[in-house]
Each structure stands twice: as structure tokens, then as C-alpha cells.
Design a protein around this ligand. Structure first.
Ligand SMILES: Cc1ncc(COP(=O)(O)O)c(C=O)c1O
Length: 381
């Protein structure tokens, strides 16, 4: 193979919109609205509308978005929040920031998202919220999650940090629960040129509280009515995100086309490819296959110039940082198996059909020996 196929290619995207981005950044330098300001305000309207939400607030990270959503729902010490262990650590860290405790339920191994059938057994008198994660860009199964939440009077915070533009039964994520939390970390489907995050909600009171909390709990300057934070979104990020939002649909279709190429090129190889639920518009932040020989596959692919990633190698209940929760290996078998087996292939909007072919060829070469195909999958074929 002549050249390396990167896991993501942020430079290609920048160069495709360079003149607009440069002008947008220069505009902020001229206006000197470096934090919040008019670009952020316009972006808030545009992105909230894009996510089919009435309200939206820009914040400094996706983690802060989760934190403020939980705080606005009045969650704190003594409360429990149900989430999944197969996620990026931030989903759980944000729960801890509030003083509440995370209670895990396992994932559905097909979709990698929260298994709704396991939620009710995890509810206690202290449970205040459910935090499903739309992992890899696939929406969690929101109808049963919302039905359980309403029955037990629980708040739902959607972790949509990987799922900009994803849809569940035609509804955009972040508009279904009480809150949606988004990340604009540079590698995300909509990425800032620095850090950024966003809280969506349909509820004006929640929106008001989030907006106060992100800016020192102030209703007006120096009128601090809540104990707040400095979680403001920067003006330059607002301006960059406004430019990039115009291209997001096109980029999402680029990802979906690449995923369709991979699906087709890997069909019949025995390699488990991502399952997209019929109710989902999967936006493929990550395209992960599964293998029991991950280290060997990753090394072999790397030698052939194919860069890969692992999202995520250790489920949160087995991370040393959360050992105090008292969970053990074996507690969440589907999350643990996924963490051991997932391998993320190159995925970015600009990836070409030829690059997908080269990646798939390298994967098929690994699979052809028969080692590395998860046994359940082997048996099912
Ligand atoms: C599922 C998930 N939740 C939360 C976050 C936190 O977002 P951020 O890195 O912007 O704080 C991320 C991304 O990093 C994520 O992937």
C-alpha cells in the first residue's frame, strides 16, 4: 500500500473549508467577542434547531454539558444515576462531579447501547436519572427508556457526545430525553478547533438554569443566584462551529456511505460489522468491527498502513479510578466482551471508496486465517 490511511483526517476537512474558517476566526479577532458573544448565540440557535430542540446552550466541553444537565435536574449527593459501563469515562465522571453515584446496567451487544430490559432491576429509591449513551453515533433504544423513566419519575440525560445528527425513529437525539449533551472535541462528527460542548433541552427552565450555571450562576453580571462554573463556550469555537454546521449533513452522509462500503466489502468474511438498528439513523462516529485477536489484527493492519483505534479497551466499572464502586470482572459480560474485541476502522467523511477497499482488504486478510472471529459469530454463520 502506497500511503497510510489515517484513523481520522482533520487536516483534509480544514483544507476543504479553509477560506470560510479563516474568515470566521478573523471575524472574532476583530469583534473581540472571545467568550460567548454573538457567534456563540447564533450557533446556539442553529445547532438547537438542527437537533430539533427548542433550546440550546454552548459550553466548554461535552463533559461540562453532562455535568450541567445533571445539576439543572437537581441531581447531587445521595442520588443514583443509571448508565452503561461501555462508554468513554466522561459519561461516568460527570455523574461523580455532582456527588451522585453511577449505577451500571449492561449494553445490548448488538447495538452497544443501554439494554432497556435491564434498567428496572437497577432502580432504587435513590435513582434520579437515566443516562443512556448514543455510542459510536447509534441512538440508544429511547422509547422503552423514556417509558421506564416516566413510570418511575426519572430524568433522562442523553449522552449524545458521539451522535450529532443521529435519529431515533425520525427524531434527532438530544430532543427526546429531558436533556441532550454534545461534545465538539475536534475529532467528533461536529468538531471545534479546540474544546466545546452543548446542552439541548425542550424545557425553558432547564435551559435558563444551564445558562446560568455555565457562567458563574449569574442571572446578570455579578448577580450570582446559583453556585456556578466557568464553562463558557469560546467565541472562536462558536464561529468555527457555525461554518462547520453547514456541512454536517454532507459529512454525515460521507460517513454513512463509507460505512455502507465497509459493510458490503466485509460481508461474508465472518467479521462482525456494526449493526444499525432499523429505528436508527446511525451517524458512524466510530465504525467498529469485532475480533478476538485484536492486538494481532491491529499490528498487522498498522504494518499495511491502516491506522485503527480502540473505543474503549476497559469498561468503566473495571477502571482503577472507579474501583470504589465495588464492581468486578464478570458483572457486565456484554460490555466486557465488547471492550476486549472492538476495533475501530478508519472513519471520516472524506475517506474515499478506494481507501475503504484497501482497509477492507487488509481486514479480510486477517479474517481469512479463521483466527480472530468471535466464536458466537462463527457458530451463527
Ligand atoms: C460518549 C462521550 N461522552 C462524553 C464525552 C466528553 O466530551 P468532552 O471530551 O467534550 O468533554 C465524550 C467525548 O470525549 C464521549 O465520547
Amino acid at each position: 500500500m502506497s500511503s497510510v490511511i489515517p484513523f481520522v483526517d482533520l487536516r483534509a476537512q480544514y483544507h476543504s473549508i479553509k477560506s470560510e474558517i479563516d474568515a470566521a476566526i478573523l471575524g472574532v479577532l476583530e469583534s473581540c467577542q472571545f467568550t460567548l458573544g454573538s457567534e456563540v448565540a447564533k450557533f446556539e440557535e442553529e445547532f438547537a434547531a438542527y437537533q430539533q430542540s427548542k433550546f440550546g446552550a454552548g459550553v466548554n466541553t461535552g463533559t461540562s454539558a453532562l455535568h450541567l444537565a445533571l445539576l439543572a435536574a437537581n441531581i447531587g449527593a445521595g442520588d443514583e444515576v443509571i448508565t452503561v459501563p461501555f462508554t468513554f469515562v466522561a459519561s461516568v465522571a460527570a455523574i461523580y462531579y455532582t456527588g451522585a453515584k453511577a449505577v451500571f446496567v449492561d449494553i445490548d451487544p448488538k447495538t452497544f447501547t443501554m439494554d432497556p430490559a435491564r434498567i428496572e432491576a437497577a432502580i432504587t429509591p435513590r435513582t434520579k436519572a437515566i443516562l443512556p449513551v448514543h455510542l459510536y453515533g447509534q441512538p440508544a433504544d429511547m422509547d422503552p427508556i423514556m417509558a421506564i423513566a416516566r413510570k418511575h419519575n426519572l430524568i433522562v440525560v442523553e449522552d449524545a457526545c458521539q451522535a450529532h445528527g443521529a435519529e431515533y425513529k425520525g427524531r434527532r437525539v438530544g430532543s427526546i430525553g429531558d436533556f441532550g449533551a454534545f461534545s465538539f472535541y475536534p475529532g467528533k462528527n461536529l468538531g471545534a478547533y479546540g474544546e466545546g460542548g452543548f446542552v439541548t433541552t425542550q424545557n425553558p427552565e432547564f435551559n435558563r438554569t444551564v445558562r446560568m450555571l455555565r457562567d458563574w450562576g449569574a442571572e446578570k453580571k455579578y448577580q450570582h443566584v446559583l453556585k456556578g462554573y466557568n464553562y463558557r463556550l469560546e467565541g472562536i469555537q462558536g464561529a468555527v462551529l457555525r461554518v462547520k454546521l453547514k456541512y454536517l449533513e454532507k459529512w454525515t452522509e460521507g460517513r454513512r456511505t463509507a460505512a455502507a462500503h465497509y459493510d458490503r466489502l466485509l460481508a461474508g468474511s465472518g467479521v462482525p460489522t456494526p449493526y444499525a438498528a432499523p429505528h436508527a439513523r446511525h451517524v458512524y462516529h466510530i465504525y467498529a468491527v469485532r475480533t478476538t485477536q485484536r492486538a494481532a489484527w491491529q499490528e498487522a493492519l498498522n504494518t499495511k498502513g491502516v491506522q485503527t483505534g480502540i473505543h474503549y479497551p476497559i469498561p468503566v466499572h473495571l477502571l482503577p479510578a472507579y474501583a470504589d464502586l465495588g464492581y468486578e470482572a464478570g458483572d457486565f459480560p456484554h460490555s466486557e466482551a465488547a471492550a476486549n474485541e472492538v476495533l475501530s476502522l478508519p472513519m471520516f467523511p472524506e475517506i474515499t471508496a478506494a481507501q475503504c477497499e484497501a482497509v477492507a482488504k487488509a481486514v479480510r486478510e486477517q479474517a481469512s486465517s479463521g483466527t480472530g472471529i468471535p466464536s458466537k459469530v462463527k457458530a451463527a454463520r
